[in-house]
Ligand binder design. Sequence first.
Ligand code: NCD
Length: 307
Amino acid sequence: MLKTRHLIDPMDFTVEELEEVFQLAGQIISNPREFSHICDGKILATLFYEPSTRTRFSFEAAMLRLGGNVLGFSEPNSSSVAKGESISDTIRTVACYADIAVMRHPKEGAPRIASMYTDMPVINAGDGGHQHPTQTLTDLLTIRNVKGRLSGLTIGACGDLKFGRTVHSLIKALSRYDNNRFVLISPEELKVPYYIINEVLAKNNIEFQAAERMEDVLDTLDILYMTRVQKERFFNEQDYIRLKDSYILDNDKMKLAPSNMIVLHPLPRVNEIDYEVDNDPRAYYFKQAQNGMYVRMALIIKLLGLV
Ligand code: NCD
C-alpha cells in the first residue's frame, strides 16, 4: 500500500514504491486477466485542459481494462471551465462523482492545487513546462525492462530540455539511482532549467555534461531520449521556426551509436526522428507508449489502495 494518495511530482514516490509499481505492472503484463475486474464499479475522471493522445488514451484504456469506467473532458471549453470555474471548485465537484482523477493543465502547479482540495487521488498528467511524472513511470519501466537496471546508465536527453516536462521528471527520477550520468544535448536557448541543474544534478553530485551536437556524444550513450521542440510554450513563432529542426535523428546518425543503445521518445514526434529509424531494433518509442498503459494500470490500482 502506497503512503501517497496523489502523484504530482516524480519524487512523490520513494524508490521502493516505484519498484512496487513496476513489479505490479510486470504482473499485469504477464497475466492481464487476473486484473480485469479489480476496478469494477470505480470511476476515473480525466480532466485535460491541454491536448493529449497517449496520456489520456492510455489512462482511459488502463481503467477500462481494469473493469472500471471513465468520464471527463479533453476540451475544457465544453465544461464549466469556460464559465470561469476555479480548479478547486472543479476538483471538489469531480470528487463527488469519481474515485480518482487525472489532470493535464497548461499552468505549472495546477494539479498540485487540485490535490490540496480533495482526498480523491489526483494524478498530474503534465503541468505546463514543469513535470510529467506518469510519463516518467513509462520511461523507467521501459528502461528497466530493456536494460535490466535503472542505475549505472548514461542517458542522453536531446532537444527541448527547457520546456520539455518529460525530461525534467526523468532527470529527477533517475537522479535517485546510483551512478547515472546525463548528457544534455540542446541548443543554447533550450537548455535544461537552472533549478534542475542546481537542485537536482549538482545537489546530488550527479555527473552531467552539456553538448550541442548529438554526433559528438552518441557513441557514449546507453539511452537516447529524444524530445519534440515544444511549440506551444514559445513566446514567438520565429524562435520556434529557427529551433524546431535543431536535431533530426536518422539512420546515418544511428550508425554512430552503440549497438545496445536504445532510443526513447515520449511522443508525439514532429521532425526529430526520421521515420526510417522506426525499423532500427534500437527504436523503443512505440514499446514505450504501450508500457504507458500497463504502468498506469498499476498506478491506478496502487493509488486506489486495491493491493
Ligand atoms: C509529452 C507531453 O505531453 O509532455 N507527451 C506525452 O505525454 N507523451 C511530450 C510532448 O508533448 O512533447
